[in-house]
Design a protein. Structure first.
Length: 324
């Protein structure tokens, strides 16, 4: 009887999601123009371009286990503002290829960003770059090795951190202090735990607790859940191991352009303390935005606020366009 009851609950949950207005809206095609990019190690990256070709360029890098459509709500908010937005699938995610040589080191994610900048902003122009979570880490890894002010005019670091991710997160409460042991941190972030292929009330509750704030809708959670399911366990684990060993705090000093920092007050994965430290150490902090009742997924949970902060950042720096 218990199994029958559980099956009925699951079917009702799936029927509800099939009619969920938020999920339907989030799942609608974005309609960008495809752009194929090859990174330095030969890994093929899929990107899409939105907005006018002569607009100011904004490069959008998503996070771990996400896809470029994660930025969809923000892209829709910004499309009427004349920006030329380039969103790309990180290696091993979405329509990008798996990493050549299974290399998911943070340095490679930095080189991927360099390839995107070189391909998408040709002719000497500079872009604004925005990264969520792993995307923000990619920006720091890129800054470590490249001439920042020559390539970009500003940066936005959204719900991200640059070290001690396992020990610093709030998912495990008091137990997190034990996770500063390298082996435990590696085991946690590098887990190959199977993700159930279908959404359920239990999986939604778990994802809400770990990654979202209390006001997130079922449709928003289910939209991300699909991306999580589609990310292969091997890719997820390899990146998790790389993040468990990450220490990019020294790279913050190299981000010498105006920089925006965005966090959610309820972010358990990269808590506000991480963002506040980034803000303190940035050479040129533009603004620190702390979004109330918001978890790790600010671009999904608060797209209007994130878009407004990105637009304010763009308006604060001189316009630079590629030379003809």
């Amino acid at each position: 009887m218990a199994a029958v009851g559980a099956g009925l609950v699951e079917r009702r949950h799936l029927r509800s999601l099939a009619r969920d207005e938020d999920l339907l809206a989030l799942s609608a095609p974005l309609g960008g123009r495809p752009l194929s990019i090859t990174s330095a190690d030969g890994t093929r990256l899929h990107a899409q371009v939105f907005g006018p070709d002569d607009g100011r360029s904004l490069v959008l890098a998503h996070g771990w286990t996400e896809q470029l459509s994660f930025w969809g709500p923000v892209i829709r908010e910004l499309e009427p503002r004349g920006l030329r937005m380039i969103a790309y699938d990180l290696r091993g995610h979405g329509r990008s290829a798996q990493a050549a040589g299974h290399d998911y080191s943070l340095a490679r994610f930095g080189e991927d960003l360099e390839a995107v900048l070189a391909r998408a902003v040709e002719g000497g122009g500079r872009a604004i770059v925005a990264g969520h979570s792993l995307g923000g880490m990619s920006i720091a890894a890129w800054a470590e090795q490249h001439d920042v002010p020559r390539r970009i005019s500003a940066a936005a670091l959204v719900n991200t951190g640059f070290g001690d991710l396992a020990a610093g997160n709030l998912v495990f409460g008091e137990l997190a202090r034990w996770l500063d042991h390298p082996r435990l941190s590696r085991a946690l972030l590098g887990s190959r735990t199977r993700i159930p292929p279908l959404s359920s009330p239990l999986s939604q509750a778990a994802i809400r607790y770990v990654a979202f704030g209390p006001e997130a809708t079922a449709g928003q959670i289910a939209f991300y859940e699909r991306m999580l399911v589609e990310c292969s366990a091997d890719t997820r684990a390899a990146i998790g191991v790389a993040m468990s060993e990450m220490d990019l705090w020294h790279a913050v000093a190299r981000l010498t352009v105006p920089a925006l920092v965005v966090t959610g007050t309820e972010d358990r994965l990269t808590p506000p303390a991480q963002s506040r430290r980034i803000a303190r150490e940035l050479p040129h902090l533009s603004e620190l935005v702390e979004l109330p009742q918001t978890g790790h997924m600010s671009p999904l949970e608060r797209p209007r606020e994130v878009a407004a902060a990105l637009l304010a950042l763009a308006d604060s720096v001189p316009a630079t366009r590629p030379h003809a």
